[in-house]
Ligand binder design. Structure first.
Ligand code: ZN
Length: 462
């Protein structure tokens, strides 16, 4: 046994030595092509971090236009403003691409505990929810702690308002309670659903977000409630109190309205038909100011292109900024982009979306083959001075997803989650949460990543 063990150690050492020398050779080879990009990368980083231009632009968007729900006049104003400003920046091929989008209207809303003691709940109706009609819903409450818990007690749900008190873990893990929970409750005969906000405990802030009604299940009004109110209801239920709530929501859909994705480019100097896309979504929920979700991603991506233009850096291929619409409740912008660009998706080299915050620490997510991952990691090494040199498996975002699925190109995300989920879809999503340096870093990081990918002699991943 011992002997075998020693041989294993020797083998492991030899293997490690050979892997290390391969890695060194690869590093030397990669350094050669990467060297050409050290100077432009330094220029982009220096220009971006020396200025608060991008943050000021984000503040202007969120202060003078504010939140931008699909179908709202504010989103229209934001589109017109972006087109005018992009033109003023000297970007190329600045234009809108039409998209029909839904118009969901929140209207007046409230939720009150009537018994065992009167108490107004901090709530926000879920996006795309139906309303309660002209008369409020008044019913007794069933508090459940998971969707499985509801299933186990579904006989108690009929005629009740079901409260999903499911603690937040991660967004991906907890979000189904919001999107799918209300239809499960409806199938069990519930008359409305209240969902504990999908976010960590905060300062009594409800987090909205969309609900996805299941086809065939009755549609019941659904709202998010602050974690503190969910905990209060849980304590009452644990005491065996009979809880009665009155819920009133004017929410409704109006007819679809015309809107548009916003597009601007820096045309490639050698292969203009090959495209690297970066962007974010211009729409937001109708609370807060849509600063982190996703004004910041839009402005940073846009500023990446402006910086290249300002520094006279024109890559081999075209870089295209897209500000999509309707990410929050329909993804119609992302779907329209795929449909309108289907013929050129094969010429899309990579798509990058920033929609996960700009807070520290930051990383890129990458989705593609190993060679592409290695190249993206090498490019990111140029971003070590601003702490943006981490690349992890990921790279999935809602607006680029339809095109990635159809075109099978590598995709990336810019991820600075930080306090993102504390303020996500709340009244607190305002520009003061974001440091000017965070926006500058994001612009520089996306500029360097997309510039090198658009300029390299070979296509990313080949
Ligand atoms: Zn978003």
């Amino acid at each position: 046994m011992r002997h075998q063990h020693q041989r294993l150690i020797v083998f492991a050492c030899l293997l490690f030595a050979s892997l290390a020398s391969t890695a060194r050779a690869q590093t030397a080879a990669s350094a050669a092509w990467l060297d050409a990009y050290r100077e432009p990368a330094s220029q982009l980083i220096a220009a971006s971090t020396a200025s608060t231009f991008a943050w000021n632009r984000l503040a202007q968007l969120t202060d003078t236009i504010g939140h931008r729900l699909s179908g709202s006049p504010a989103l229209d104003r934001a589109i017109k403003w972006a087109i005018a400003e992009m033109t003023r920046d000297g970007l190329e091929n600045v234009h809108t691409e039409p998209v029909m989008i839904p118009r969901w209207v929140r209207g007046k809303e409230s939720a009150d505990i009537l018994a065992p003691a009167p108490h107004a709940i901090a709530m926000l109706g879920l996006g795309d929810s139906v309303g309660t009609g002209s008369t409020a819903i008044q019913a007794d409450v069933l508090v459940v702690q998971s969707m499985a818990d509801l299933d186990a007690r579904k006989d108690l749900a009929k005629g009740r308002i079901v409260v999903f008190n499911v603690p937040f873990t991660t967004y991906d893990e907890t979000r189904p309670v919001r999107t799918d929970g209300p239809s499960l409750a409806a199938a069990d005969g519930a008359v409305a659903a209240l969902v504990r906000s999908i976010g960590p405990p905060g300062l009594r802030l409800p987090h909205t977000g969309s609900v996805s009604y299941r086809a065939g299940a009755p549609k019941i009004p659904a709202a998010a409630i602050a974690t503190e109110d969910a905990d209060r209801l849980q304590r009452m239920a644990d005491r065996g109190d009979r809880i009665t709530i009155r819920l009133q929501m004017d929410a409704h859909f109006e007819a679809d309205v015309p809107s548009a994705n916003v597009v601007a480019e820096l045309r490639g100097r050698e292969r203009p038909d090959e495209v690297v896309v970066l962007g974010g979504h211009l729409d937001s929920w109708d609370v807060g100011a849509g600063a982190s979700d996703d004004g910041g991603g839009c402005i940073a991506a846009w500023d990446a292109l402006r910086l290249m233009r300002t520094l006279g850096l024109r890559p081999r291929r075209t870089i295209r900024v897209v500000l999509w619409v309707n990410e929050e409740n329909g993804t119609r912008g992302g779907i329209a982009y795929r449909d309108q660009h289907r013929a050129e998706l094969a010429k899309h080299v990579m798509m990058l979306e920033a929609d996960s915050g700009l807070f520290s620490p930051v990383s890129f997510g990458f989705n593609g083959n190993n060679k592409g991952m290695a190249t993206a990691t090498a490019i990111a090494s140029l971003l070590a001075p601003i702490g943006a040199d981490h690349v992890m498996i990921g790279g999935e975002e809602a607006d680029i997803d339809p095109s990635i699925q159809a075109g099978h190109m590598p995709s990336m995300s810019y991820d600075g989650t930080g306090m993102y989920f504390q303020i996500h879809h709340t009244q607190a999503d305002t520009v003061d949460k974001i440091a000017p340096a965070d926006v500058s870093r994001a612009a520089a990081a996306m500029a360097v990543m997309t510039y090198v990918v658009a300029d390299m002699p070979t296509r990313l991943g080949e």
